[in-house]
Design a protein around this ligand. Structure first.
Ligand code: NI
Length: 257
C-alpha cells in the first residue's frame, strides 16, 4: 500500500526516520511520498528520497509559508530534479490556501498558489492541494488555470460532499487522512463513503493526524493501513480490494513505477 502524503522530512522524525521507514515496510506499506511545505523541507524530502528506494517526494510552498516564497529558488530546485535520471520528484505540493491559520494575507496566498500551479503545468507535474477554510477561493483559482492536465489531488479533504462532487467532475482526486476515522468526522466520512472509488487516495500526513486506534501516538506512514481499513468498513468493501483500487489510483496519478 502507498502513503501518498507524509512528512518524513519533519523534525519529529529527525532521530529515527530509518526506523520509521523500516516500520512501514514491514507493515506492508511499500511506498511513501514525502511532501515539502517550504524550500528547506523540499530539499530535505529530496535527500530522504535519495536514501530510500521506496520514498518519493514533492516540492512546494504551503500557504502558511507563502511570505518566504521565492519562485526562482523553487523553480531551480524543480528543474535540477527533473534533469536527474530516474528522478523521484512526483508532484508540486503542498500548495493552496489556508484561511484557518491566516486571513490577513489572502492576496499573497493566492498569488503564491497561482504561481505554483503554473509551475506544475510548466513542468508537467501533478498538484497536491492544501485547502483549509478556503474552499471557494481554491476552486476559483484552480478553475482559472484549467486545463490542468497532470492532475490535482485535494489532500486531507475536509469539505462537503457537494464540493467533493464538483472536484470529482473536474477529474480531481480526493485524499483522506486519519481525520476520517475521528468520531466527530461524519461530514468527511460521508464523502469517503459516497465518492467514486477511482477518485480516492489515502495518506497519513504524518507526523500529524494519527488515526484511530493510535491517537496519542506520533503518526507514521505505517498507519495509512488504518485509514484504508476504516474506509473499507464504511463502504462495506473488502479491505484488500479497496487498497488495490486506491493504490492503482496513486500509481497512475503520481506516475510511480
Ligand atoms: Ni501535509
Amino acid at each position: 500500500m502507498i502513503d501518498t502524503h507524509c512528512h518524513l522530512n519533519d523534525s519529529k522524525f529527525a532521530d529515527d526516520f530509518k526506523q520509521v521507514v523500516a516500520n512501514f515496510l514491514s507493515a506492508g506499506v511499500d511506498k511513501a511520498i514525502c511532501v515539502g511545505w517550504d524550500y528547506n523541507s523540499s530539499v530535505k524530502a529530496k535527500e530522504l528520497s535519495a536514501t530510500f528506494p521506496q520514498v518519493y517526494y514533492s516540492i512546494g510552498v504551503h500557504p502558511d509559508e507563502c511570505g518566504e516564497f521565492d519562485l526562482k529558488k523553487i523553480e531551480n530546485l524543480v528543474k535540477s530534479a527533473l534533469k536527474e535520471k530516474n528522478t523521484k520528484l512526483v508532484a508540486i505540493g503542498e500548495i493552496g490556501l489556508d484561511y484557518f491559520h491566516n486571513t490577513e494575507n489572502k492576496d499573497e496566498q493566492k498569488r503564491v498558489f497561482s504561481l505554483q500551479i503554473e509551475l506544475a503545468k510548466k513542468y508537467h507535474l501533478p498538484i497536491i492541494i492544501h485547502c483549509r477554510d478556503a474552499y471557494g477561493d481554491t476552486l476559483e483559482i484552480l478553475k482559472s488555470h484549467l486545463p490542468i492536465d497532470n492532475g490535482v489531488v485535494f489532500h486531507c479533504f475536509s469539505g462537503s460532499l457537494e464540493y467533493a462532487e464538483i472536484l470529482v467532475r473536474l477529474g480531481f482526486k480526493i485524499s483522506f487522512t486519519g481525520t476520517v476515522t475521528y468520531k466527530n468526522a461524519t461530514n468527511v466520512q460521508n464523502v469517503a463513503k459516497n465518492i467514486p472509488l477511482d477518485s480516492i487516495m489515502f495518506e497519513t500526513d504524518s507526523p500529524y493526524l494519527t488515526p484511530v486506534p493510535h491517537r496519542g501516538e506520533r503518526n507514521e506512514p505505517k498507519f495509512v493501513l488504518d485509514v484504508a481499513k476504516f474506509v473499507a468498513n464504511l463502504r462495506e468493501l473488502d479491505y484488500d480490494e479497496l487498497i488495490k483500487i486506491t493504490d492503482k489510483n496513486a500509481m497512475k496519478f503520481f506516475k510511480l513505477k
